[in-house]
Design a protein around this ligand. Structure first.
Ligand code: FAD
Ligand code: EPU
Length: 283
């Protein structure tokens, strides 16, 4: 045994929607602990900000990167950095993205500020190339370390077929850490860009939610399509299609995964354009 902490816990505690039953959570603090956790069927949990987890929980081990896999070394690598570009040391997949973005701003490192306000962990945000119209994770990546039960490999963005909300990395290939490639800039300049990108969130609900339910089909706002179908304010149980923005489903308190699934079904039935789900549903 590698000594990884293992605990049976309600996953609702780890999701921004506040929904999800119990599972065996493996807190992997080192590569060795991660390898042990991956010896049986597993899922990888990041910030839980894009997940709708069943009220029954999941039977697989749920891995959470912590300890050394949630640390960051933002020191410029002297061999890889060339003015104005800075390539950092390793940033763990378990690092919370919002704090990292604030830290990069203070250091005057530009490239990822467009992702301000995304309540993810670095690994989860990289895995789905989270972003806004002001920037996405792949704008600031130099190298990615990916771990699977078969072993560990390092890749660059050029090795991956990434795009809108998609890294091209298969499910359950774990992004353990990344090196960032950023540009030196005045901290005030980075802050101004963050504030600008943050303006786009003014119309988003402030309640418990897993973010946008559907990806924008062909660049059209899914929220606008759901709104035009007259679905704002629709409620099933304690889940509600937000009156502020129709692509957000919010938990009014005590919502179940079944409530959210019912609203997703209603949207699929009523919106005439096919839309791809952005959330991930467990199981
Ligand atoms: P989780 O929700 O924990 O997991 C999502 C998926 O990533 C799962 O398949 C999981 O297995 C996988 N995963 C997690 N960690 C890893 C890892 N280390 N390696 C490999 N796979 C992993 N998204 C946007 O793109 N743009 C936005 O503007 C945006 N705004 C949001 C606003 C709010 C208020 C909320 C709640 C969400 C928002 N989201 C947004 C959605 C969400 O933040 C993103 O989808 C984010 O990428 C999810 O990352 P996570 O770490 O929370 O992953
Ligand atoms: N709109 C409506 N009704 C609605 C929602 C939106 O008419 O209910 C209209 C707005 O008025 C606006 C247009 O649609 O004219 C676009 O809306 P918004 O600016 O809110 O952007 P979006 O395309 O709906 C995308 C991302 C968000 C991201 C914002 C800001 C997707 C699926 N959504 O939303 O990302 O925060 O841009 O950059 O790409 C997420 O992915 O989880 C997410 C929250």
């Amino acid at each position: 045994r590698t000594g990884a902490r293992v605990e049976r816990l309600p996953l609702s505690r780890f999701t921004t929607l506040g929904v999800g039953g119990e599972a065996e959570v493996w807190f992997a603090e080192t590569h060795e602990q991660l390898r042990e956790a991956m010896e049986q069927p597993y899922r990888i949990l990041g910030g839980g900000s894009n997940l709708v987890i069943a009220d029954e929980g999941v039977p697989e081990r749920v891995i959470r990167l912590s300890g050394a896999l949630a640390e960051r070394d933002l020191t410029p690598d002297p061999h890889l950095s060339e003015d104005p570009w800075v390539v950092t040391g390793w940033v763990g997949g378990g690092v919370p993205l919002p704090g990292l973005i604030r830290q990069l701003q203070k250091l005057g490192l530009s490239g990822l500020e467009g992702t301000v306000g995304i309540p993810a962990q670095v690994g989860g945000a990289v895995w789905m190339n989270a972003g806004t119209r002001y920037g996405e994770m792949f704008d600031g990546l130099h190298t990615l370390e990916i771990v699977t039960p078969e072993g560990t490999r390092q890749v660059t963005p050029d090795d991956l077929n990434w795009g809108y909300r998609d890294s091209g990395i298969p499910r359950n290939h774990i992004v353990t850490r990344v090196r960032l490639k950023l540009r030196r800039a005045a901290p005030e300049e980075v802050l101004a860009k963050m504030d600008f990108a943050d303006q786009a969130r003014k119309g988003q609900p402030k309640m418990k939610t897993p973010g946008c339910a559907f990806k924008n089909p062909g660049g059209v706002s899914a929220g606008k399509l759901i709104d035009e179908a007259g679905l704002k304010g629709s409620r099933v149980g304690n889940a509600l299609i937000a009156p502020e923005h129709a692509n957000f489903i919010v938990n009014l308190g005590g919502a179940t995964a079944a409530d959210v699934h019912a609203l997703l079904g209603l949207i699929r039935d009523r919106v005439p354009v096919p839309m791809e789900l952005e959330y991930e549903l467990w199981p």
